[in-house]
Ligand binder design. Structure first.
Ligand code: FES
Length: 83
C-alpha cells in the first residue's frame, strides 16, 4: 500500500512532507528547525509542540495524519524556535 505524504507547515512558514510514522525531530530538521529536547522519555515536556491545536510530546510521538492534509505545527511558548 502506498503511503500518503503528509504536508506539515512549521512556525518558520517552511513546509515539508512526511510519511505517517516519521519522527518529529528529523522532520523538523528538514524544515530548518530544531525541536528542543530534555529527557527524551516523555517526562519533562521540553519537546512539546502543538499540532493542529493538539499538544504532543515529540519524543514519544510519531507523525500521524488524522484525516487532515495539512498539519500545522506551532509552539505556544517558543523561545527556542526564534532564529
Ligand atoms: S524531551 Fe522530555 S518530554 Fe520529550
Amino acid at each position: 500500500m502506498k503511503k500518503t505524504k503528509i504536508k506539515i507547515r512549521w512556525p518558520n512558514n517552511n513546509e515539508t512532507y512526511a510519511s505517517e510514522g516519521d519522527d518529529w525531530f528529523s522532520t523538523a530538521a528538514k524544515a530548518g528547525l530544531e525541536i528542543p529536547t530534555g529527557c527524551l522519555t516523555g517526562s519533562c515536556g521540553a519537546c512539546e509542540i502543538d499540532v493542529n491545536g493538539e499538544t504532543i510530546r515529540a519524543c514519544i510521538s510519531n507523525i500521524k495524519n488524522k484525516k487532515k492534509c495539512l498539519l500545522k505545527v506551532t509552539l505556544t511558548t517558543d523561545p527556542f524556535w526564534e532564529n
